[in-house]
Design a protein around this ligand. Structure first.
Ligand SMILES: *Cc1c(COP(=O)(O)O)cnc(C)c1O
Length: 384
């Protein structure tokens, strides 16, 4: 997927490094923007997928909002050009300090999922002499059919408030004078490729909206969360996710009143394909049936395979070999889980070759750790 010039340049970079294709990021954002405009939907970028400042600044320049899950993400988003009025702040447990700083910055909305937290937001807002806008994150009881570790909409998940308790919660919120309830929020999981769960989510939202109407409530926000998946197997073919297909499905299935706006919170689908992790082969050694390719990148640089058993397309981008070999692609960290792929077919690989992990733009750089006191990976961009 990289041309000869790019690969020659990569040979001069210190490894491991993340490489961001900013043209692809911009193309993705333009596509998304056009689809949003067509349907009148509002998108908040989920900062937790990648909080790289350059990337955030590009995303904010398109006028998108931000979806944050910590006080520091809220601050970073504002620093990188996101309008505070377009920031939503989610998370199962927000600290008093985080709530206070978000209140001071004047964010659009707290997505809250516990009664205790709503009470705390209310009392802090009262102290600040402010009215905090809140949306309730409901657990819709929907199986997103994705990796168990990133499935969030089932009833036994720690996320959200049971949708059966909606009336009770609304009565409670109405008693809190410094809160203004403006909407409902959902997020059913991540890396969702089969769109059927979104259809169920629309149906669930329609039922809940009916209940709200019966209570005489007109809530302007319907936030369907993020979760749209990307193609980890064929990133070269599907480099821009099909936002339009999801929007079309929502447009046809979701009841939206004139005073309402539909919001989304995409992370992976916006930044996933624009990032590649490039690593150097330190050593190869024979194993049982397959050889090991031991890289200078480990799970401290890209943890998704070790954490969720996630798949990345991997290529040897410098090997001139005509034949392939079969390799366990592993990192140098002193943990048995530091394995990127087992029995993967790669061009015959030797010490010094460069190995690319595609689709590493989301939940890659942001999850880098310093375990084993390892250096952090370098960061390069297509424009330099
Ligand atoms: C993680 C998260 C998202 C983004 O998920 P993606 O799968 O990266 O699109 C959106 N909303 C909430 C509340 C989240 O926790």
């Amino acid at each position: 997927m990289f041309n000869t010039d790019q690969i020659e340049k990569f040979k001069t970079f210190s490894t491991p490094f993340y490489y961001y294709d900013l043209d692809l990021l911009k193309k993705t954002l333009e596509t998304l923007k056009a689809s949003c405009d067509k349907y009148g939907f509002m998108v908040h970028y989920a900062v937790k997928a990648n909080a790289n400042k350059k990337i955030l600044s590009i995303i904010s320049s398109y006028g998108f909002g931000a979806d944050c899950v910590s006080g520091n993400e809220v601050k970073r988003a504002v620093e990188c050009g996101f309008d505070a009025q377009k920031i939503v702040f989610a998370g199962v447990g927000k600290s008093d300090k985080e709530i206070l700083s978000a209140l001071k910055l004047g964010i659009f909305c707290f997505n809250s999922e516990s009664l205790q937290e709503l009470e705390v937001i209310n009392s802090l807002a009262e102290k600040e002499n402010k009215i905090a806008q809140v949306a309730l994150r409901l657990n819709p009881g929907i199986d997103a059919h994705t990796n168990k570790k990133i499935n969030t909409g089932l009833s036994d998940s720690k996320f959200g408030i049971d949708f059966n308790k909606l009336e009770e919660i609304i009565a409670f919120v109405q008693g809190l004078k410094n809160l203004k309830l403006i909407g409902l929020h959902f997020h059913i999981g991540s890396q969702i490729l089969d769109l059927e769960p979104y259809k169920l989510l629309c149906e669930r939202s329609n039922e809940l909206q009916k209940k709200l109407s019966n209570l005489g409530l007109n809530l302007e926000v319907i936030n369907l969360g993020g979760g749209l998946g990307i193609d980890y197997y064929k990133p070269e073919k599907n480099s821009v996710p099909d936002f339009e297909k999801l929007f079309d499905l929502v447009h046809s299935n979701l009841n939206v009143k004139d005073f309402q706006k539909v919001h989304f919170e995409f992370g992976r689908s916006i930044v996933g394909q624009c990032g590649t992790l490039v690593s150097k082969v330190l050593y190869t050694k024979p194993g049982e049936g397959v050889d090991f390719a031991i890289l200078d990148a480990g799970f401290t640089d890209l943890i998704r395979p070790a954490l969720y058993g996630a798949y990345h397309k991997i290529e040897n981008i410098t090997s001139q070999a005509l034949e392939n070999g079969v390799y366990d692609v592993v990192g140098p960290i002193c943990e048995s889980t530091d394995v990127f792929a087992k029995a993967r077919s790669l061009k015959k690989t030797k010490r010094g070759d460069l190995i690319a992990f595609y689709s590493a733009g989301a939940y890659g750089e942001i999850m880098v750790s310093g375990y084993n006191l390892r250096d952090f990976p370098e960061i390069y961009y297509s424009e330099n």
